[in-house]
Design a protein around this ligand. Structure first.
Ligand SMILES: Cc1cc2nc3c(=O)[nH]c(=O)nc-3n(C[C@H](O)[C@H](O)[C@H](O)COP(=O)(O)OP(=O)(O)OC[C@H]3O[C@@H](n4cnc5c(N)ncnc54)[C@H](O)[C@@H]3O)c2cc1C
Ligand code: FES
Ligand code: FES
Length: 515
């Protein structure tokens, strides 16, 4: 059984298949068809809903987060307030967000509009009254919502008008004390399950319960944010018999600093991680702005990104370059492993049956080290990497390289360090001559594949030129006005590749395939 707040009432779900997405539950079971299905894969934002939660660390206040209901399975609603587009109207009165969208002609079709409204609503609730309009923050808030016709400018106009609203009082503020009391009363404190008799989802609340469940059901699938796992259900029409949901294990969301090392619980969302990383590893926090969309970052976890073991996942190379390591846990033991040793082959890892990732550890970076990450994707926002390079070199007083970690995604079957090139670099001065030879050495490290994201030739060329970009940015003559590759789209990166002296034919157009 799970419980959540809906329409101001505590709503109970039992005897239901836990493979059900929130989108299907809303539309099919409850007949609430305001929330739309566009892609069923997290790409379009038409299905955006808002979850409100009580944050104990902020004096029990409510936070509002957008998520994609097409990727969210029912267990994830437990203990939260579900807000859909139908809930925004107060009696006969449209919510200020809805009214402003009408006034600014921000709505043209019924498909994308409910999603845009929900993203604007969360942005409105999470921004204090009279906060000056910030185009960049608005783009981040709306980056996961696609309009296929013309509509962005009127929507941004609506966001601008809303930013200038003198008071953001609405029915959610007026009723917040009651909502908080209700949410505290349904906060999951005991292990529980949702089942239809055949499919079961367990929601443990402690790490010990999680260990016991995995020991009992070693074949169970762990569900964290579900942004990868749910695709097995929505895209490949699988039904998972035993699911263990990690979102109610508070200890797995804990983020702390222990002996200068940042320790991130595996089930902390990427949005939670970004706040901690902005202090500890700012380049990584900045990269997260280009990780999928806000809806996905609010759901997806760092542990899930690592466990998924995709060769084009963004966090593994970034964490490998930072010398991160993992704690793996099972009923019988706990062990640590360097992240670079965790991946053994395409989608194969060191994780054994009954084990899970408990936490990710990022040690302090060495003094005089320079750490940077570069992501290249076809689209700037909400797109997966074609290639990602994450680099850290440490220089001595004579500007010679004493230590070096060059990690790439999209260049091999696993996220991988360029060991040949690193060995060549250590002990050399970090100058133009060294760089040019290092670029050639990279071909000994990687033989990338072609797929629909990029051709092998493109990947090989970009890998070299990202290293050159890093060299430019890490040498004293670097001009701060230079465009960072983190901010480049696929085509801009292509131009950069050909600009820095490689023959144009080597940067071939991407071809079909699979990495
Ligand atoms: C539209 C879209 C855009 C995306 N864009 C990006 C992108 O830009 N960059 C990128 O890197 N990824 C991207 N992804 C992929 C995805 O969002 C990430 O891989 C995400 O971090 C997965 O985390 P999760 O919590 O959602 O994992 P889940 O889907 O819950 O789980 C993924 C896998 O990991 C396992 N697992 C989860 N937690 C643990 C744990 N603690 N221990 C052991 N196993 C565990 C699950 O059993 C499952 O097999 C995108 C996905 C979508 C749908
Ligand atoms: S339906 Fe497209 S993101 Fe959910
Ligand atoms: S207005 Fe809905 S897709 Fe453009």
């Amino acid at each position: 059984m799970i419980r959540f707040l809906l329409d101001s009432h505590i709503h109970t779900v039992e005897n239901t298949d836990p493979n059900t997405t929130v989108l299907n539950y809303l539309r099919t079971t409850l007949g609430k068809t305001g929330t739309k299905e566009g892609c069923a894969s997290g790409d379009c934002g038409a299905c955006t809903i808002v979850l409100a939660e009580v944050v104990a660390s902020e004096n029990n206040t409510l936070t509002y987060t957008t998520i994609n209901s097409c990727l969210t399975l029912l267990p994830a609603l437990d203990g939260k307030q579900l807000i859909t587009v139908e809930d925004l109207k107060n009696g006969d009165q449209l919510h200020p967000v809805q009214q402003t969208m009408v006034d600014e002609h921000g709505s043209q079709c019924g498909f994308c509009t409910p999603g845009f409204i929900m993203s604007l609503f969360a942005h409105y609730k999470n921004t204090a009254s009279n906060t000056p309009y910030n185009r960049h923050k608005t783009e981040l808030a709306l980056g996961g919502n696609l309009c296929r016709c013309t509509g962005y400018q009127p929507i941004f106009n609506a966001a601008q008008v809303l930013a200038n609203t003198p008071s953001k009082h609405d029915q959610f503020t007026a009723n917040s004390a009651r909502f908080i009391a209700d949410l505290l009363s349904i906060r999951p404190s005991e292990q529980h399950a949702l089942s239809n008799g055949k499919q079961r989802a367990y929601s443990p609340t402690t790490i010990d319960q999680l260990c016991d469940l995995l020991h009992l059901y070693p074949e169970a699938r762990l569900l964290a944010g579900g942004t990868d796992l749910s695709l097995e259900i929505t895209q490949f029409h699988k039904s998972l018999d035993t699911i263990i949901y990690l979102g109610s294990v508070e200890a797995l969301q804990h983020i702390s600093i222990v002996d200068d090392t940042l320790v991130i619980g595996a089930a902390a969302s990427l949005t939670q991680c970004a706040a901690a990383l902005s202090q500890h590893l700012p380049d990584f926090a900045e990269l997260l702005n280009r990780f999928a969309s806000l809806q996905i970052r609010n759901q997806a976890t760092l542990g899930g990104n690592i466990a998924n073991a995709s060769p084009i996942g963004d966090s593994p190379p970034a964490l490998i370059a930072a010398d991160a390591y993992l704690t793996l846990r099972s009923a019988n033991k706990s062990r640590t492993i360097a992240l670079e040793d965790y991946f053994t082959d395409y989608k194969v890892t060191e994780l054994t049956v009954g084990e899970f990732i408990e936490s990710i550890h990022i040690p302090p970076q060495p003094t005089h080290s320079i750490y940077k990450i570069y992501k290249v994707s076809k689209r700037l926002d909400d797109d997966i990497s074609a290639v990602l390079g994450a680099f850290r070199i440490t220089l001595d007083d004579d500007k010679k390289i004493t230590e070096c970690r060059l990690a790439y995604g999209g260049m091999a079957a696993i996220p991988k360090r360029a060991h040949h090139t690193e060995t060549f670099l250590v002990g050399k001065p970090w100058d133009q001559t060294t760089l040019q030879t290092a670029k050639q050495e990279l071909s000994k490290d990687f033989s990338p594949l072609s797929d629909f994201r990029a051709s092998a030739e493109y990947r090989a060329l970009i890998a070299k030129n990202l290293l050159e970009k890093y060299w430019i940015e890490s040498t004293p003559s670097f001009k701060s006005s230079a465009t960072r590759v983190t901010d480049l789209s696929f085509n801009q990166a292509y131009s950069l590749a050909t600009d820095v002296g490689e023959p144009a034919h080597t940067a071939a157009a991407p071809t079909q395939g699979d990495i």
